[in-house]
Design a protein around this ligand. Structure first.
Ligand SMILES: *Cc1c(COP(=O)(O)O)cnc(C)c1O
Length: 404
């Protein structure tokens, strides 16, 4: 019997509908109480010092890099294996993305970071691929090594105060993941979550910047600054201006317009309230189901999951099939499509995309990113997926691999 299985439908239940309706009926639909409530939920959930909602992870990363004074002539190190947003955030503030290879767990290679650091390096953006946290102890240790710190040439107040390379983690996939028993959101100076429609928690479009800068910084004050910068640099937000007599404002900084609306925040607010108790549990169920099945086949390379003190957010199930070619991988995907199973490939490495080829990047210098890509298939993984559907997906993959 043919089953039709979508790749990643959003989780919309009655509680989401109620929360959105509540926003619609409240008379206030843009940035206001729902956004505040969502920020507070993230602060509590992640144990972050402060969290600022924005309209996407991309603009969140741009804002974070801009806050640190990164601009033309500066370099930011990023992994080859990521969505293009990581690189575009760097390009859009005028800096140069320095792309480095990844490891067998899909995440950025700390050795490659080390080799790429120059006197122009101002930040590193590690990506928690599929929801699996990067090796943050190693990364944090590296940027604090005396020889690496000595290379750092600070410009402006924030760079002087930090005195080293800034870490902004692209945690678009990893809300709810843990590393050494701490949740993402607190593992680096700044963490940026995505609430895009396919992510673990969604606001349709949206993102969240978590601040955990060292004690020399006042994270709550930086939150206030970034909030201002996310709303045109205007001293009063629209909500305060609607209060009687509160019409006067000033523009004190040439800011951006990247705030999140209350309608959007309402979706995420309903989801985050049941994230740990339900949504994450159901994602883990699907992840474990696949792992238990694929463990039986020696052609299957399972995604990382069983390292002590770390846990995934189970955002993707990136299955790799050992020793197959890119072409064979594509033919498996075609067979799955014929049988009703929608899958994906995460990601086409940056050096294979035209924009980066034109910047003289060549995939031959990124062998691990290429192998990960050529042999990878991302399977459907979401709370609504039943075990019956999972079993069907496994069967279709086993058949397709047998037919190679
Ligand atoms: C989805 C995604 C982004 C971009 O998130 P937006 O909220 O759409 O800007 C960035 N990085 C990675 C790894 C992603 O998967």
């Amino acid at each position: 019997m043919l089953m039709k299985i979508p790749f990643s439908p959003p989780y919309i239940d009655e509680d989401v509908e109620k929360e959105v309706l509540d926003a619609l009926r409240s008379g206030w639909i843009t940035t206001g109480p729902k956004v505040k409530a969502l920020e507070q939920e993230v602060v509590t959930y992640c144990n972050a010092e402060a969290a600022l909602a924005v309209n996407s992870a991309t603009s969140g990363m741009m804002l974070a890099l801009h806050w640190f004074g990164i601009t033309h002539g500066d370099e930011v190190i990023i992994p080859a294996y990521t969505y293009v947003a990581t690189a575009l955030a760097v390009l859009h503030i005028g800096a140069k993305p320095i792309i480095v290879d990844v490891e067998g767990d899909f995440n950025i290679s700390v050795q490659k970071i080390k080799e790429a650091i120059t006197e122009k390096t101002k930040a590193i953006i590690p990506v928690d691929f599929a929801g699996w946290p990067c090796k943050y102890d190693d990364i944090n240790e590296l940027i604090n090594e005396p020889e690496v710190k000595n290379k750092f040439l600070p410009k402006g107040e924030n760079q002087k105060k930090l005195g080293r390379i800034l870490i902004v983690s692209d945690a678009a996939h990893s809300i709810g993941a843990t590393y050494k028993n701490r949740r993402t959101g607190t593992l680096t100076d700044i963490t940026v979550f995505s609430f895009h429609a396919v992510k673990n928690i969604t606001t349709a479009e949206g993102g969240m910047i978590c601040l955990n800068l060292p004690t020399a910084f006042d994270n709550k004050a930086i939150y206030a600054t970034l909030r201002l910068w996310s709303l045109n640099g205007q001293t009063k937000d629209a909500f305060s201006k609607t209060q009687a007599g509160g019409w006067k404002y000033d523009i004190v900084y040439p800011g951006f317009k990247i705030n999140l609306s209350d309608i959007a925040a309402a979706i995420g607010l309903a989801q985050i309230k049941k994230y740990n108790s339900h949504l994450l549990v159901e994602r883990k169920r699907v992840f474990d189901f696949y792992t238990n099945e694929f463990e039986k086949y020696n052609w299957a390379l399972l995604p990382p999951y069983n390292v002590i003190h770390s846990s995934s957010s189970y955002h993707l199930y990136p299955l790799r099939i050992k020793n197959i070619s890119e072409h064979q991988r594509d033919s498996i995907i075609e067979k799955l499509a014929v049988n009703g199973v929608s899958v994906n490939v995460h990601f086409i490495p940056l050096p294979m995309l035209t924009v980066f080829k034109e910047m003289k990047y060549n995939i031959h210098h990124f062998p691990m990113a290429y192998t990960n890509y050529a042999t990878e298939i991302s399977l459907p993984i979401y709370p609504q997926l039943t075990n019956l559907q999972c079993a069907y997906i496994v069967k279709q993959i086993v058949n397709a691999v047998a037919e190679l």
